[in-house]
Ligand binder design. Sequence first.
Ligand SMILES: [Zn+2]
Length: 223
Amino acid sequence: MVATDLATSQRATEICRDFDGWYATVGVHPHDCGGFDAATVNALRDLTKDANVRAIGETGLDFYREHQPPTLQERAFRAHCRLAAELDLPVVVHQRDSLDDVELVLAEELGAAGGVMHSFTGPPASVPRFVALGMHISISGIVTFKRADEVRATAAAVPDDRLLIETDAPYLAPTPMRGRRNEPAYLAHTAAVVASVRNVSVSSLRATTTRNARELFRCAPTP
Ligand SMILES: [Zn+2]
């Protein structure tokens, strides 16, 4: 479960206590980083004491919607990356119209545990840059959209050991579920398209992305 502010960070950790195999992130989304300060960092650090917390995020930079000033977003993003490095946890990174700036911050702040570029829509040529920094690349339902040829090319360009797929639920339901509230079951549609552009079977893609997610978030193998 991916959190977007302090309240959802708290709630995600609570919910994951009730379900085996569920894990949480804690973080404050760039849309919601208005009041972000040292006390926020301390509150996030406290929440990571819960064993189900496996990543810091969402964090990042969103210069498309720009709900918060860029300087504030960058300060919060850097603080999330430093907290993740301190705790040896991966970061879950949101970016929109900010690819170069995100790359600059990660080059300076990313810890050894790396992280994931979530719902990635950057061009194929940008993939090696983020892989070199230590990031995984996660492909969402956008890859199934009719006009998303570039995202399909990007999905084909990610190295096997860095590829993830995701819902971004409740957003970005894949074709043919587009427009509905997204949910994990719909990930099968995303997996089918990603497998097809990579010329692998769906079962092979599932094995690859499951292994990568378990390694990145340090989850026990499926029994
Ligand atoms: Zn996001």
